[in-house]
Design a protein around this ligand. Structure first.
Ligand SMILES: [Zn+2]
Length: 401
């Protein structure tokens, strides 16, 4: 009755034809009017500054100092710089004293205050000779060293009472947990990278060794709904750096470098907004297409059979965008993608592509689709045709092993 969805996008020659077709369609039709960009809608007015660790969680240790104290000192100085020099920007701190705050609560503070930016301040620990500053954004680690930093920072949850329920079974020591993680992040990567690069540039100008912008799966970042970065300001395990990180004047230098980066980022974002005719819409909302609205009979998400095994009822797809009006599932409406399906979430239509049977396939699919121009596309899981959390999908996958 229904056309079977393609297993993976299209073959190479097919996709080349598709590309040509979508190019032709685009040159004839006016530009599609939906927008899935996630630029902060009204500029950068509210920043949440998160001093790492605190209370019973000391963070990493130097010879004579604790990470939690260094983080707090730099965070408070950064906040003060912003408050005194950027009128109209509200600063919210996750902590201003030596208290323990759970990682998910830090993200929660940023989300519920609708912050435009989330900045976490930390200090590093590493093998002999490790020096310099690095800024992380949420993503899949490209080296074991980056993964090690995330594992160490995420280990804070082991001091929390209900970490197993609060983090949906996340195990800070399991490599696989970090793979699932990568699939959850996505939407704010572009802006997070922008501010991260600026921070590293300004660190260079104050003479810090630049270790670059890196990616890894940090629990404190993954649930934030705004651009967010985690700064490793330096190594407490290095004698010279420990001295530097604990010196009040040097802390001010570090804070002022972050402040300059923040100021530049804010100006850039807000300048771009002025140049636009319309304010970009927020994630999950789109401008309505100017076309006659008609009832569209779209095919179901995917074929599954109640009699078959669990895995056959599971599907991983890549979500492209959401829309308030229903769209016809024609490839030309979706940059030439053929296997697009829709599902409804309340009154919102969500469009997904592909049909992957496991995580590896899904990750591959996600990068193919991002290359096609859906930069914010991310993997979603379905069970018996219903959207389920990624953690549940993983449990179901493992249940049958
Ligand atoms: Zn830390």
């Amino acid at each position: 009755m229904f056309r079977r969805p393609h297993n993976i996008l299209t073959t190479k020659s097919e996709s080349a034809k598709r590309l040509l077709l979508s190019f032709l369609v685009l040159s004839i039709l006016p530009m599609a009017s939906f927008n899935t960009k996630t630029a902060p809608a009204f500029g950068v007015k509210r920043v949440v500054i998160d001093a790492g660790h605190g209370g019973k969680d000391s963070g990493c240790l130097g010879a004579s100092s604790k990470e939690k104290d260094v983080c707090l000192a730099i965070a408070l100085k950064l906040g003060k710089f912003i408050e005194e020099n950027l009128k109209g920007v509200e600063v919210i701190y996750t902590r201003k004293t030596d208290v323990f705050i759970e990682l998910h609560e830090r993200a929660n503070i940023a989300n519920k205050n609708k912050a435009d930016l989330f900045v976490c301040i930390h200090a590093n620990s590493g093998p002999k000779g490790s020096r310099g500053a690095e800024t992380y954004i949420m993503g899949l680690h490209k080296s074991d060293a980056n993964l090690a930093v995330a594992k160490r920072e995420n280990a804070s949850i082991l001091m929390e009472d209900n970490y197993k329920t609060n983090y949906e079974g996340f195990d800070p020591n399991s490599d696989e947990s970090y793979i699932i993680f990568n699939l959850m992040q996505s939407a704010y990567q572009e802006h997070s990278t922008k501010i991260a690069q600026k921070i590293q540039n300004h660190f260079k100008t104050i003479g810090r060794r630049n270790r670059g912008v890196k990616q890894a799966g940090f629990l404190v970042l993954y649930r934030t709904t705004m651009p967010s970065v985690l700064i490793e300001t330096g190594f407490l395990t290095d004698k010279e750096e420990e001295k530097f990180l604990n010196d009040s004047a040097s802390q001010s230098k570090i804070s002022s470098a972050i402040f300059e980066a923040f100021k530049e980022y804010k100006q850039e974002i807000e300048k771009n907004l002025e140049g636009m005719e319309e304010i970009p819409v927020k994630k999950e909302t789109v401008k309505e297409k100017k076309q006659e609205e008609k009832e569209v009979q779209n095919p179901p998400l995917y074929d599954y059979n109640d009699d078959t095994k669990v895995k056959k009822q599971l599907a991983f797809k890549v979500q492209l965008f959401s829309a308030s009006t229903q769209m016809e599932l024609k490839p030309e409406n979706f940059k030439g993608l053929e296997s697009v399906r829709e599902y409804k979430d309340g009154s919102i239509y969500k469009y997904v592509a592909g049909n992957a049977k496991n995580m590896e396939e899904a990750t591959q699919l996600q990068s193919e689709i991002r290359e096609k121009g859906y930069k914010d596309a991310f993997v979603v899981a379905f069970y018996k045709g219903k959207r389920i959390p990624m953690s549940k999908a993983m449990k179901l996958m493992h249940a049958e092993k």
